[in-house]
Design a protein around this ligand. Structure first.
Ligand code: 48H
Length: 257
């Protein structure tokens, strides 16, 4: 009989490796478990697409957890209500015209749990450090990943690959995947304009309008859209993050299914 210690280790090794073998090729890689990434993950996975979210932190929610200046509430407008209902997220109408209020912790937890229930995998502690590309025709075919702990340690450790039909940059203000593609993929003529100062109403509309495919195989959602196209920021109103996540999912489903 194996000791309990031995059985614990064997169970974790075997089942993690089984998962990673499954994840070596997926339909969609989403980079970042913030609001836009997790929303996209649910809508993709529930339509049967094999979807993985890589999140470099040991948690999820991205910018939601900080609420508005550490107040534990965020707001949305009425356009986001159907998405909140899809996720079973509770909200109430505020006395401020047109605003609905949500607890930040409920938004984070339920976005993640519904994405997972729909079949998406959220893998924490994994940093996307590069992309896979092909030429003639030019396209993005996956990502290059590394443990966040290795990145933080500064050790030189070669990464591994995950192949996919679509990659979504949902990394927020930093637009990390787009920056890599602009700098390192030959033949891509992409300039990140950089996010503009606050203009909430315009930003909420424009981020959703500009969400979608950037080049074949590469999509953008959430605040990374603002960084790419030079759109204003909106502050802690999250309607456009949720709507952007749903829109990118719809666009990917049209393109690849
Ligand atoms: C793995 C990565 C990597 C990487 C980053 O910032 P997020 O919450 O992203 P969005 O766009 O879904 O939501 C933005 C929103 O939270 C926000 O900041 C708003 C509305 N601001 C308005 C304003 O005016 O300030 O989440 C992105 C996630 C984070 O959890 C990162 O840790 C993760 O992506 N991430 N994960 N590999 N290379 N880069």
């Amino acid at each position: 009989m194996r000791s309990l210690e031995e059985r614990i280790s064997r169970s974790i090794w075997r089942n993690t490796l089984r998962d990673w073998l499954e994840l070596s090729r997926v339909d969609v890689v989403i980079v970042g478990a913030g609001p836009s990434g997790m929303t996209a993950a649910k809508y993709l996975a529930e339509r049967g697409l094999k979807t993985v979210v890589f999140e470099r932190r040991l948690g999820f929610g991205g910018g939601i957890g900080g609420g508005g200046m550490l107040m534990h509430k965020v707001v949305v407008d009425e356009q986001a209500l159907p998405i909140l209902n899809d996720f079973g997220i509770r909200y109430f109408k505020d006395e401020e015209e047109g605003l609905y209020v949500i607890d930040a912790s409920e938004l984070m937890a339920k976005l993640a749990s519904r994405a997972i229930d729909s079949g998406a995998k959220i893998v924490n502690g994994v940093h996307v450090e590069d992309v896979i590309y092909r030429e003639n025709p030019l396209r993005i075919e996956g990502v290059v990943i590394q443990w966040s702990a290795v990145v933080l340690s500064g050790l030189h450790v070669d990464p591994l690959f995950v192949s996919s039909k679509a990659v979504v940059d949902a990394t927020g203000h930093d637009a990390e995947v787009l920056k890599i593609v602009a700098r390192k993929v030959p033949g891509v003529n992409m300039q990140l304009v950089g996010e503009r100062a606050a203009y909430s109403e315009a930003s909420e509309r424009l981020v959703v309008e500009r969400t979608g495919r950037v080049i074949p195989g590469l999509y953008v959602a959430g605040m990374a859209v603002a960084a790419l196209y030079g759109l204003p920021r909106m502050g802690p109103i999250f309607s456009s993050m949720l709507l952007s996540g749903r829109k990118v999912a719809e666009e990917i489903m049209r393109d690849i299914s």
